[in-house]
Design a protein around this ligand. Sequence first.
Ligand code: PEP
Ligand code: MN
Length: 457
Amino acid sequence: MPTPDRNLHPVNLPTGWTTTSWRDFTAMQLPRYPDPAELEGVLAELRGLPPLVTSWEILALKQQLAEAQEGKRFLLQGGDCAETFDACSSEVISNRLKVLLQMSLVLVHGLRKPVVRVGRFAGQYAKPRSADTETIDGVTLPTYRGDMVNSPGFSAEARRPDARRMIKAHARSAMTMNFVRALIDGGFADLHHPEYWNLSWVGHSPLADEYRRMVTAIGDAVRFMETLSGQEVHNLNRVDFYTSHEALLLPYEESLTREVPRHWGWFNLSTHYPWIGMRTAAVDGAHVEYFRGIRNPIALKVGPSVTPDQLLRVIDVLNPEDEPGRLTFIHRMGASHIAGKLPPLLDAVRRDGRRVLWVCDPMHGNTEATANGYKTRRFANIGSELEQAFDLHAAAGTRLGGVHLELTGEDVTECLGGARELTEVDLERAYHSTVDPRLNYEQALEVAMLIVRKQSS
Ligand code: PEP
Ligand code: MN
């Protein structure tokens, strides 16, 4: 992908910004490390380690996101709520990739436009939490904040923030990235072989027939083109795959923020596409300060409490020059709030003529607890929020350019409903998430089909 010209010109560093200027602002959700000297040692070590991605890739993604803003592409962003060190395995990584590739095939075929594929992986190891502490049987300990910070077991030792976990997170992210790159470079994503993406545990899925029909139709089209032209259709064996994570743990992000002379500016080279979570999105907070100075495309989660004025102020700070592809808003309102909360935000941004990519996260506003004690989400609510999002954008004259999902390729039962109609009793069978409930393979594929149905109706 050629790098757009404007990126080869010097850029003005935002006034007052340095990689550490965020330290002068209020930082929510950061752990308190017990040993500051150890923390400094870890950060020095990280600063010396190679980055995980390059500025070339980051700028290519920014270009694709700019095209998504214009309606020429659709963004599919998905993966775990929280990656864990234990799940950094061949099977988990390749299964997640298979689901995302199958979904993107459904979307490309149904929407008739290229899909920007972004994983929530290779760095999604730090989590914001609603409380700082957790009390069980009279014992109060710090909450689990993701494997990059501490561990989920309920003991003082497990919950102690350990700076050295950042080194491990960097290494696990590099291993994940390395394996994804090798799979893709080796032909795993080749459209001539969609059978590579079959998941062994699926068996007969209620959706399998529809998916198989689509694959056959695409295979026929590819063979037809190849027969007609007498040669292989190129570029079908390669796809671009990008990474993203919530850039929550600012000391870690800072240590991987590097100046790239060739591209004049500072890039977060731990991921292509970092986002700011809802709990750290304050316009005068440390996270927004950090993000305003990096040149990556960035995203911000937008929840139901955000006002139109706040949204316009945050655009002024994060994308003052209205750069294409720079800023994504991921709204996550909940099925019962979206109709009331989203339209005023869409109107304000449209009236001001601001360029953003609008993406719907139909997961985080629809979390609930069941009577048997599980944190879950109902497929019906996820689908409803997504369908409403398309309608609300159409009514406002804006465009929904993508979807942000929590999903896995593993055989889990964490969300209710879907084609197999999972019930509360099913949650007991395979609930593995350490934080939020994910769509399993079938439910994820069903979301992709729902998007296509909605867009072609
Ligand atoms: C998440 O994406 O896992 C998350 C915590 O989301 P939000 O910031 O939207 O609550
Ligand atoms: Mn989550």
